[in-house]
Design a binder for this molecule. Structure first.
Ligand code: AQP
Length: 336
């Protein structure tokens, strides 16, 4: 199999409205990485159904993620942009990885524990085995690098363990050991209502997150209403880190402005939150509203979006199929 040295795979679930965490932790980084890497970006609908998705809106949400990729600046000609369920090799390799990964490895996954909570007997088996599908998403393209937010780091470590175990069990070097790319100031954007909780699509409160579809007014209002403590802004990074809501907003400001967090802290040292929130609201709406406008425009052109997705499917299968075929041969599956 031909070795590649700079190939990226990353995905976003169509499980709700995309938010600032998805943008700063993932999509914004995809945009800069496309210059340097051969990139595969997918809408991971197989992952989304690990929890209930309304069939009437799943297709719409799938198009929305594809539109967000393009509206944020990902070039669909240069990169392969596709929908996971259209490339069956992901699920086929995931089954093999279910037989490679050990129960003990999956039992350690904190995202499963967080998502299942006290309900672990009643959640889907898919939610538990989610990381083996993620490993298959990455390794079916022999991807060498994976840009993700901090929350996916543990899953990526599991992917590396699976690649290593497969290579060692079958005495092969087919799989690269992929590196995480956790980039930018905001690798873990927190809820606007609780600085200790991740900003997430599934949070019941709309005020906990800024969505890519929010209007300028909505963005500014959400930031105005964001929870803060009663003190003025901190004047050094150590103090800022002890104040979850303050460090979260300062980190968002830094990431949107491509600054170091220390610089954002220095700019607002000792100032009142009212002025900072006004500036942050204006900054966020200036950065996000062009994306939102472009997304709305793309969503009206289903024909164009669907043609991009269909082209991406073909390109993805052209890479994934020979890899799967080689893996079947390595395992000793019957081939005619
Ligand atoms: N809060 C976040 N901060 C930084 N990065 C984040 N990502 C998600 N939330 C944050 C990154 O976005 C990419 C796509 O994530 P996903 O949609 O596939 O799944 P998720 O991590 O489970 O996102 P959510 O919003 O929390 O979804 P729900 O509520 O449905 O579980 C990933 O690279 C992720 O790291």
């Amino acid at each position: 199999m031909e070795k590649v040295s700079k190939r990226i795979l990353s995905g976003v679930q169509p499980s709700g409205d995309l938010h600032l965490g998805n943008y700063l932790g993932a999509i914004k980084n995809f945009v800069s990485l496309q210059k340097e890497f051969e990139c595969f970006f997918c809408v991971v609908d197989l992952h989304a159904i690990t929890v209930w998705q309304d069939p009437k809106i799943l297709k719409q949400k799938t198009r929305e993620v594809a539109a967000a990729f393009i509206a944020s600046g990902i070039d669909p000609e240069k990169n392969t942009l596709f929908v996971q369920s259209q490339v069956p090799q992901h699920a086929q390799l995931a089954w093999i990885f279910n037989c490679v990964a050990r129960m003990g490895w999956l039992n350690r996954m904190t995202q499963f524990k967080d998502k299942a909570g006290k309900n672990s007997e009643n959640v889907s088996v898919g939610l538990f085995s989610y990381p083996t599908l993620m490993a298959a998403d990455i390794l079916i393209y022999l991807a060498t690098h994976v840009p993700v937010g901090e929350d996916q780091k543990q899953h990526l470590e599991l992917t590396r363990d699976i690649a290593q175990k497969f290579n060692s069990d079958f005495k092969t070097d087919i799989f690269p050991i992929p590196e995480p790319l956790i980039l930018g100031a905001a690798t873990r954007v927190m809820s606007l209502r609780d600085g200790l909780k991740k900003m997430s699509k599934s949070d019941p409160s709309d005020y906990s997150r800024i969505m890519l579809s929010d209007s300028e007014e909505e963005i500014q209002k959400k930031i105005r209403k964001a929870k803060t403590d009663p003190l003025p802004l901190p004047d050094n990074i150590e103090d800022a880190k002890k104040r979850p809501e303050a460090i979260n907003l300062l980190t968002i400001y830094a990431a949107l402005n491509d600054l170091e967090v220390e610089k954002a802290v220095a700019n607002y040292a000792g100032k009142e939150f009212s002025q900072f929130k006004k500036d942050l609201g204006e900054l966020a709406s200036a950065k996000l509203s062009p994306i939102s406008l472009e997304m709305n425009k793309l969503m009206k052109d289903e024909k164009y979006l669907d043609s991009i997705i269909s082209n991406g499917k073909e390109r993805a299968i052209n890479v994934a199929e020979p890899v799967l075929s080689k893996i079947y041969e390595i395992i000793g599956f019957f081939r005619d």
